[in-house]
Write a protein of this length. Structure first.
Ligand code: ATP
Length: 190
């Protein structure tokens, strides 16, 4: 069986918090790779109308460049519509049946799990892995594993605010992602 991690998110934009958690979980659980998978339309989040799904996917591709253990996954963006993890993972398992998928979530997502579409079925299909996030509780009765990673107090919201205010974002996003944001004029950079 292949062991593959999936880090789902909006990646609006991707930042060092995402990359560090993906890299740490990959190593701790000896996963073959971790795929960063941007949603099309997220079921649980109001997305600010700033970057399109294609732009979020492009930034995710740039973010993982140069790390052989990380990749990006276009499954949800290309499928389109509201991205329900249960349906996405059904499709991925149908394509790659000899795979154990590890679905990685931050502490803020852990205590929302009871609201996820078909969570009981989803828990039978994938293993959930939680990591701590500053300021977030991680309480759940669901059987999920935890991996200790460095606490990184960075969010996409913080980055969008910094870009809009023309404040420095150095070291918080990969340079390639930063270049793309400025080239596309995202988040008020133009
Ligand atoms: P936003 O600020 O726009 O809500 P975000 O920074 O939470 O975005 P997402 O792309 O929505 O980023 O997050 C994808 C996944 O990564 C979620 O499970 C989230 O909990 C987790 N995550 C994001 N940033 C961190 C972080 N700094 N530490 C731990 N987990 C994180």
């Amino acid at each position: 069986m292949r062991k593959i991690g999936i880090l789902g998110g909006t990646f609006n934009p991707p930042h060092i918090g995402h990359l560090i958690m993906a890299s740490e979980v990959r190593e701790a659980l000896e996963l073959e790779e971790v795929r960063l998978m941007p949603t099309a339309i997220p079921p649980h989040k109001q997305l600010p109308d700033t970057a399109t799904p294609i732009q979020r996917l492009a930034m995710t591709e740039l973010a993982v460049q140069g790390n052989g253990y990380l990749s990006s996954c276009d499954e949800e963006v290309h499928f389109g519509g509201v991205s329900y993890t249960f349906l996405t993972m059904q499709r991925l398992l149908a394509k790659e049946p000899d795979t154990e998928f590890y679905f990685i979530i931050g502490g803020d997502m852990v205590d929302t799990l009871h609201t996820w579409y078909k969570i009981d079925e989803l828990l039978k299909m994938v293993r959930f892995v939680g990591v701590q996030r500053p300021g977030a509780l991680r309480k759940t009765d669901f059987p999920i594993a935890y991996v200790d990673t460095p606490l990184i107090d960075v969010s996409s919201t913080l980055l969008r605010t910094k870009y809009a205010a023309h404040k420095t974002t150095a070291y918080l996003v990969p340079e390639s992602v930063d270049g793309y944001i400025r080239q596309e004029g995202l988040y008020g950079t133009c």
